[in-house]
Design a protein around this ligand. Structure first.
Ligand code: EPU
Length: 421
């Protein structure tokens, strides 16, 4: 098992550079199935999930290379059935559904189950693709989609928790080469969806209303190859921005997608963290914070505070004065990280989907176990703030989403070392 040893309580400061966005990379890589021409992507983060998606594309028949942070993908001919063992390892494989059925007229995928952050249904993906003309056959093993021809349709893509990011990506990919016009109502507005729209547009897709909750797609006969630079990862940037005040360090976060971080910056302002933006460099002056104020905020769809930073915010809240209320409106059960924070002495209660965190608490070092990617970042943040040596196990979860996390932390002064147990 991959573990890290963290000696906490050290002052941190310096600069880190943010890489490309994982959640932009995965649907865009899947969308490269839509053309038999070459796709060239830059700023591709070297993460486990990205390597897995590239290997799935290769097994589907693609020529795939990753050199540095540039990937080339050429899907000359494509099989409709991906490698189930690889697909099962990553929930984001669901992004293959729309591109595969659009390109091959058929797609077969195992049904993704729930995961550490709660149930992850795909009913909206299936509803939308059915509207576009897919026949959907579900069995215990998985889901098979078939469509001789996709036809444009009006799709309302909201469930009880609102829109769906990867569901919107699937609709966009399928609608791009469907016959006629598709309207996607309640489309996700996340920057990663906008990035996919830009990529598809570069391939020749006709998409209108980009960035809004109503997207209109005029289907075209075929898409061509494209070159595209992925947006920077707002969740990685946000994680460092929340860590800086926790450790009272000054940090320059370079290549930060500042225009995608309004909710995060509002939270920092309300907590009392001074910051400034200089081009795409976000300076966080954690060293100038004397008192961090408690915060009341809920994670919700973009442009709201991102669910993928909710865990990191819980870690910071342990150092805020008073009772913070951190709600979760996307995944009601995404609170696995609270167990670890409590074991370090944090005063936290969970009422429904709201964590109430009373601080500030002097966190104690502990043996911690990571259950999911973002919870892992939260626990490492807490371990960096605690005095003494913490061991964090199952850190392989973090290799899915944080590029060179330990290296970046070490470069700003953290004492963190990986080992195998
Ligand atoms: N939902 C349904 N039915 C569906 C699809 C979703 O009810 O068919 C519900 C979900 O249960 C959830 C809500 O809708 O309550 C939103 O889920 P969504 O589909 O937007 O999530 P996703 O597309 O599977 C992406 C990111 C997640 C991120 C969420 C929310 C990727 C590859 N994943 O997931 O990222 O938390 O959007 O922003 O883009 C992460 O990076 O750690 C991560 C989990």
């Amino acid at each position: 098992m991959q573990c890290v040893r963290i000696v906490g309580g050290r002052p941190l400061g310096g600069s880190v550079e943010i890489g490309g966005s994982k959640n932009a990379a995965l649907p865009i890589l899947a969308a490269s199935i839509l053309t038999d021409e070459r796709v060239l992507l830059h700023s591709v983060p070297r993460l486990d999930d990205v390597h897995l998606m590239l290997s799935i594309l290769k097994k589907l028949g693609g020529d795939v290379t990753l050199e540095g942070n540039s990937a080339t993908v050429r899907m000359g001919c494509v099989s409709a059935v991906p490698d189930f063992s690889a697909v099962c390892r990553m929930r984001a494989s669901i992004c293959l559904l729309g591109p595969l059925v659009a390109r091959c007229g058929e797609a077969v995928l195992p049904l993704p189950g729930g995961c550490a952050i709660g149930p992850r249904p795909i009913d909206l993906h299936l509803k939308g693709l059915q509207k576009l003309g897919c026949e959907v056959i579900q069995s215990k093993e998985g889901v098979r989609l078939r469509a001789k021809r996709l036809n444009g349709a009006r799709i309302f893509l909201a469930g009880k928790n609102g829109g769906t990011v990867t569901g919107t990506a699937n609709m966009l990919c399928a609608a791009a080469i469907a016959r006629g016009t598709t309207e996607i109502h309640f489309a996700a507005c996340e920057p990663e969806v906008v990035d996919l729209c830009k990529f598809l547009t570069g391939m020749g897709a006709k998409i209108y209303g980009i960035g809004s909750p109503i997207l209109t797609v005029d289907g075209v006969d075929s898409l061509r190859g494209a070159e595209h630079r992925l947006i920077a990862d707002r969740i990685q940037a946000g994680t460092f921005a929340l860590l800086a005040p926790m450790l009272r360090g000054d940090m320059a976060i370079k290549r930060a997608p500042i225009s995608h971080c309004a909710a995060l910056l509002d939270v920092l302002e309300r907590i009392g963290v001074p910051f400034s933006a200089d081009g795409d460099c976000l300076h966080i002056f954690g060293g100038k914070c004397d008192r961090l104020a408690a915060i009341d905020v809920s994670a919700m769809a973009y442009p709201g505070f991102p669910t993928d930073l909710q865990a990191a915010l819980c870690a910071l809240a342990t150092q805020c004065c008073g009772e913070s209320a951190i709600g979760e409106r996307i995944y009601e059960n995404r609170f696995g990280h609270l167990v670890g924070l409590r074991s370090m002495g944090a005063g936290i209660t969970l009422a429904g989907s709201t964590a109430r965190v009373v601080g500030p608490t002097k966190l104690a070092a502990a043996e911690l176990s990571v259950a999911d990617l973002r919870g892992g970042a939260c626990l490492c943040m807490a371990a960096l703030a605690a005095s003494g040596e913490s061991i964090v196990d199952s850190v392989h979860h973090m290799d899915r989403g944080y590029e060179q996390f330990e290296e970046k932390l070490r470069s700003i002064g953290a004492d963190i070392m990986r080992f195998e147990r």
